[in-house]
Write a protein that binds this ligand. Sequence first.
Ligand code: GLN
Length: 547
Amino acid sequence: MARYIFITGGVVSSLGKGLASAALGALLQARGYSVRLRKLDPYLNVDPGTMSPFEHGEVFVTDDGAETDLDLGHYERFTGVPCRKTDSVSSGRIYTNVLDKERKGDYLGKTIQVIPHVTNEIKDWLAIDDEDVDFMLCEIGGTVGDIEGLPFFEAIRQFQAERPRGQCILMHLTLLPYLAASGELKTKPTQHSVKELRSIGLQPDVLVCRTEHEIPETERAKIGMFCNVRPESVIPAMDMKSIYKAPLAYHEVGLDQAVLDAFSISPAPKPDLTRWNAVAERVDNPDGEVRIAIVGKYVKLEDAYKSLAEALTHGGFHNRVKVRAEWLDAEIFEREDPAPHLEGFNAILVPGGFGERGTEGKIKAAQFARERKIPYLGICLGMQMAVVEAARNLAGVGRAGSQEFDHEDGSDRFEHVVYHMTEWTEGNQTVRRKADDAKGGTMRLGAYAATLADGSQVADIYGGVAIEERHRHRYEVDIKYRQRLEEKGLSFSGMSPDGELPEIVEIPDHPWYIGVQFHPELKSKPFDPHPLFADYIRAAVEQSRLV
Ligand code: GLN
């Protein structure tokens, strides 16, 4: 049976709970333990799949095809443990399960209530796979006191009480604001937030206090006393230069020790921090810089492309360079010549996206990269637009476009070089769907295998021909155009194993021009950069030497 660490937050949101959880997971691993991290989100959406990136940031996709919160991306990047469907749950999912059971009559006519029915559903969910690992880290979204969060907090309280003593602990993150006028760190908001927790029957074992200044010993003791936490378990969390220093920084201030103490694990196994020391060394010592232009739609909100930004950073670690990613609004290129905007960048990237807005600009960016021989990486929609560009400008398919855009307004403007997939194989099953299926849950989601062409650039980059990558898309490049495009120099170098679905295109006669139908950024780690990103940044470094 796993030991459970519940991670809650108070005072304000955005304190870095996800990062603290992920860093703690990494530190427990460094001490030889196996871990799994989970996220419980109090919102009522059934999953984040249909939430706007403006609202919620990136949708992170797991191998088993779940659309989840972006914090799961942090978990994977810090621990390397692939998350599962069962590692992310929302109130919406819990209530849906309860109501489905109610309709089926599973509750035998009982009155359905938050306690016990909703809380039982949460507890059952918490217990999934608890035989697998030494530690299960469960982060609760939002802050203590939020109305939607209450059933989760109550479920945790019950769960702790039902498990053997000492098997569960609670770690609470708060903020210590600094008042410049009086030159003091204020502890009152933290005291109040812990009071709120205690009023619902939860006592934190470890307090992580975000602060811009060192916490004086006297204040640490005071927080400990008022919050009923041992002073050595009051952990200061200062801002960091890079998130990848979090494991080392948290280790230095004693977070992992405090957690193991709370479980009475003594003596604690010594940590092996080699991996994180190596990452920190790369963070601190870049040798030069490359500039990457990311041409997209959600350019104002970096969280919408969280994993992408991180994967680029990892590619930088691999090549010992700092990656300066600049986000350009694709729509600008629909009005203006892209050249003055894009000249001076060492590589261009068109990321995934949905909807027609900005796509003509993305096509122009792809064309610029192809013609000027600037390294280009097209991800998902970015690959589709690269294919449309080649179809229009190389293969003479003047009206080339994606069926996605015709579907949007019911028009018939394009020849569908990218078309709507209505049937595909999953394992040994055929999945079918209609064009008008509901928005949620109709995509090709999760890990699928691809076979790379022998001797292709991507086979060289991956160091093999069998790969597996994560997908999240509805539309596909139509292989009907393969021959015409290949004759013009765009080679289909990666295909689904049945040879039906194009997974990768590349231009052999170009320094680096690759489009992928999947999302390689989801699998990149700071200590194990994804090969495509490692090589893309290498190409950008090479390009920077030419200018
Ligand atoms: N909108 C495109 C599709 O559904 C691309 C999706 C994406 O980029 N993730 O196929």
